[in-house]
Design a protein around this ligand. Structure first.
Ligand code: BGC
Length: 255
């Protein structure tokens, strides 16, 4: 543990809120993470309480080091602007101010997929890849991160492109595979159309696929026909924590 304390990453998800101090050199959790069930309903106040518990738990290691927090929504300068898969009361919440009120600490709040993308670019499947990297997370919804030569273009929200007259995430997220009991063949057909559309629009150099289903990447990625290489995320379920801490630390350095 350094004199200055270790940056903390906290990932707010639908079922759990997870946090850990992050070793930014190695892009790894510095100690094992703490996971607390997401309160129901997951209102901003209730969630900020849990974030406070996590901040307290790691206070000795983090001291006054930067803290990054992810939410599964559009976040502009700390304020949450959408709520596709979270409690609607988050819309227009200044999450940064709210968490500061609960924890007494300055925090940086970012979109969950943006954090995961930053983690993959610095430490994972997109490390050292020049040009445009697109990360998508397939889970309850579809999250996305666009990163050009290491610089994040935040809140790309490519899960909300239109597909078959719906938000793409209502057609091609992995939760839909489960809900509609799609076979791999049926699901791959949807993913093919989704990624072809994204590739037509953005022409990325590399596509990285995260989310729980990336554990089974062998079953679907080799079947997708795209120009860009498409690879599974490397950091798996620590990507949000690592990326949030990295973004918070980068911001603090440039402040
Ligand atoms: C939200 C995104 C989020 C994604 C993954 C989408 O419904 O609009 O902000 O990144 O889900 O959690």
């Amino acid at each position: 543990m350094g004199k200055k304390g270790t940056p903390l990453g906290i990932d707010i998800g639908g079922s759990g809120i997870k946090g850990a101090p992050v070793d930014l050199k190695g892009g790894k959790l510095a100690t094992s993470r703490l996971k607390i069930a997401t309160p129901q309903p997951a209102t901003p106040e209730a969630v900020a309480d849990v974030v406070d518990q996590i901040v307290d738990h790691f206070a000795a290691q983090t001291r006054d080091a930067p803290i990054g927090v992810t939410v599964p929504a559009v976040v502009i300068h700390g304020t949450v602007l959408s709520a596709a898969n979270i409690d609607p009361s988050w819309v227009d919440t200044d999450a940064q101010a709210l968490i500061k009120k609960h924890t007494g600490r300055e925090v940086t709040v970012v979109n969950d997929a943006d954090a995961a993308g930053v983690a993959e670019v610095h430490y994972g499947a997109a490390k050292g890849v020049p040009g445009l990297v697109l990360l998508t997370t397939l889970g309850t919804g579809i999250g996305s991160a666009l990163i050009m030569d290491g610089v994040l273009v935040p809140n790309s929200e490519l899960g909300h492109l239109e597909m078959d007259g719906h938000d793409a995430e209502k057609v091609a997220a992995s939760s839909i595979k489960d809900k509609e009991e799609l076979s791999w063949e049926e699901y791959i057909e949807r993913l093919q159309r989704y990624y072809s559309m994204v590739e037509r629009l953005f022409s990325p150099d590399l596509i990285v696929v995260g989310g729980g289903i990336s554990k089974e990447a062998d079953l679907f990625l080799p079947h997708l026909r795209l120009r860009a290489p498409i690879v599974p995320a490397a950091l798996r379920n620590s990507a949000g924590i690592v990326g949030a801490a990295r973004l918070a630390a980068d911001l603090a350095r440039h402040a």
